[in-house]
Design a protein around this ligand. Structure first.
Ligand code: ARG
Length: 395
């Protein structure tokens, strides 16, 4: 068979490549670059060493930023209020690229390294079915053989390759999030060890001077930092290093997986958490209270669909139309202050803001008359006071 393998260069997918070759298949490897700088080094060379007949490295960083991350900001996407969805967002894009190569190469099957316990298998298989059809062969050796990390390491040892078995954690990295799982992290009571982190300094070791940043947004999309315009992928990596350098961006939470398990997850996402916080704040400057409350529902639905591997769900696209429409007014600037692991919005401005300093000032400008205020309060409280009376709760 001619198999197209989604290849990260890590332990599992390297073992799969070796295994498929041992079984006599032709293997074409595809690595999709979505900002995982560390991991990408030497991947192509490793693929050929393990017997790939052809290797593709597809640079999709800007596509990831412009098609996926931009929408995640507009939707304030945080699964269960904490996880900025890095892995969940990148999987559909990776699967789409793998499907494209499978078609171009006339492959008989596609393969990936997902386990039976994770969400990623759902995300990959669903998108692969969408592009390649229900009956296209998907090979998932880790799931099929229940391949352990130790077994994967043994397979690789047969080929004289050491892919860092000593690595304690299972790490998935892209421009938006670094996801850290496994090892001591599986103990939900234990504090994640400092060595698990790579994008953020320990807050205790962060600089003593606070960092101020001014982030510019246009229609909900971040476009500048401190007045300097830049493309989104660059803006995100700049914020990752600036904000991460001040110790902000760590997440430690218990997450409900699609596959019925709770897991303890640790993430690093300095730019994601900064941009979502700033974006949310700007939304409050421009939305009516009705828009603000309804937007929360849209955001929650969108984030759930993305997390749950349903990128292909038609409702996602419908939600995005409403999310885009509301974001038409989310233009302006937000000032944030980052200090030793904490971040606060300390100022905001928008040309579409209905905030009026004159109206809110007690000493000047518009002021409702006593009569207007009393009339409003009478009618406003009528439902509640009448119901309380009917239930015998008041005289
Ligand atoms: N729990 C996260 C998710 O489901 C992260 C998964 C990370 N994957 C990994 N191979 N470490 O999106």
């Amino acid at each position: 068979m001619r198999v197209v393998l989604a290849y990260s260069g890590g332990l599992d997918t390297s073992a799969i490549l070796a295994l498929l070759r041992e079984q006599g298949h032709e293997v074409i490897t595809v690595t999709v670059a979505v900002g995982q700088e560390e991991e990408l080094r030497g991947v192509e060379e490793k693929a050929y060493r393990l017997g790939a007949s052809k290797h593709y490295t597809i640079n999709a960083v800007d596509e990831f930023a412009d098609r996926y991350i931009a929408m995640a900001v507009k939707a304030n996407a945080l699964y269960e209020d904490r996880y900025p969805l890095g892995t969940a967002l990148a999987r559909p894009l990776i699967a789409e690229k793998v499907a494209e190569v499978a078609k171009r190469e006339g492959a008989d099957a596609v393969a990936h390294g997902c386990t039976a316990k994770g969400n990623d298998q759902v995300r990959f298989d669903t998108v692969l079915k969408y592009y390649l059809g229900d009956d296209f062969k998907i090979i998932a050796p880790v799931r099929e053989l229940r391949l352990t990390r130790a077994e994967a390491a043994k397979i690789l040892a047969r080929h004289g390759i050491d892919v860092g078995v000593h690595k304690k954690y299972s790490i998935d990295e892209n421009l938006w999030t670094r996801s850290i799982e496994g090892g001591e992290i599986d103990d939900p009571l234990a504090e994640p060890p400092e060595e698990a982190f790579a994008w953020t300094v320990a807050p205790e070791k962060a600089p003593d001077e606070p960092l101020y940043l001014e982030i510019g947004f246009e229609r909900g999309v971040p476009v500048s930092v401190n007045g300097e315009r830049m493309k989104l992928s660059k803006l995100v990596s700049l914020l990752n290093s600036l904000v991460g350098g001040h110790g902000f961006g760590r997440v430690d939470h218990i997450e409900n997986r699609v596959v019925g398990l709770k897991s303890r997850e640790v993430y690093e996402a300095p730019a994601a958490l900064t941009l979502i916080e700033a974006h949310r704040d700007l939304e409050k400057m421009v939305y009516t209270p009705h828009e603000l409350r309804f937007k929360k529902l849209l955001d929650g639905y969108w984030s759930d669909l993305v997390y749950q591997g349903l990128w292909v769900e038609p409702l996602r696209v419908t939600l995005e139309k409403a999310i885009d429409e509301l974001n038409r007014w989310v233009t302006g600037t937000v000032r944030v202050k980052v200090y030793k692991g904490s971040l606060r919005v300390v100022g905001r401005w928008s040309p579409y803001s209905s905030y009026s300093r004159e109206a809110i000032d007690y000493n000047e400008g518009w002021y409702p008359s006593d009569e207007e205020a009393r009339g409003f309060i009478t009618i406003w409280s009528m439902h509640s006071l009448a119901a309380a009376k009917a239930r015998g709760l008041r005289g």
